[in-house]
Design a protein around this ligand. Sequence first.
Ligand SMILES: Nc1ncnc2c1ncn2[C@@H]1O[C@H](COP(=O)(O)OP(=O)(O)OP(=O)(O)O)[C@@H](O)[C@H]1O
Ligand SMILES: [Mg+2]
Length: 258
Amino acid sequence: MRSPFIASISGKGGVGKTTLTALLLKVLIENSSEDAILVVDADPATNLPEVLGVTIPKTIGDVVEEFKRRISSMDNLGFEKSSLLQYWIMRDCLVETTYFDLLAMGRGEGEGCYCYVNTVLTKILVDLIKNYTVVLMDMEAGLEHLNRRVDRYVNTMIVVVDPSIMSFKTAERIKTIAEEVRINPEKKYIVGNRIPQSMYETLIKWAKKIGYEVAGVIPEDELIMKYNLIGKPLLTLPSNSAAVEAVKNIAKNIGLID
Ligand SMILES: Nc1ncnc2c1ncn2[C@@H]1O[C@H](COP(=O)(O)OP(=O)(O)OP(=O)(O)O)[C@@H](O)[C@H]1O
Ligand SMILES: [Mg+2]
């Protein structure tokens, strides 16, 4: 058995992180016999379940809120509260589908809750990821310092860029912050989204300059827009669509599929 493939998908807002996560999952399901796959939506906006066509009963944020409401009456239970919270989360949040399991972080209510829910997710992942051979994590944009917490477990860091200097600056910052907190995943990849073939060379130069390897590019694909517009899951895109073909190549380049 190969060693677990644990990837985070991060980058500037709106560059295509959720789309890439969904498409990597699709090509993995269709091109491998991997059956221990966990997908984590680590973005409080919780878009990934919809893009995958999965209904999640509760997010970690929902359960944390419920826990806070009921905890006062549970003070005398005599065992660690955090174990109980973890048990609730596993019971109520982890969705099992035929091909993969899904866990969504969501958000808590009120100030400081984001940070708390993020900490809870980080703790839960320590044990949870041991049960899987592939873990794909769709990260939130713009909170690189918090994302890096979850990145502790990651051996493949994927940063999505679009044709904008801002997205490269974000990629650069993600790497700098990771280094500052001494996170050094084995592999650091850039994926170019909506980048025309003619800009490929520029992309490679940029990526090299900031210390990433280019895993590939995804073209602009009208079908993705169409599917998102009508709320059709990206997992049901035709396998021969331009974006899916491109992501299949990317999955090969990063060693996710053979
Ligand atoms: N290759 C593509 N071709 C066409 N449309 C795309 C492509 N990639 C992404 N999109 C569209 O761009 C929008 C943003 O994509 P996506 O939600 O994946 O970005 P994101 O990085 O996850 O955003 P956020 O930072 O809000 O989480 C979506 O509506 C999606 O349909
Ligand atoms: Mg997203």
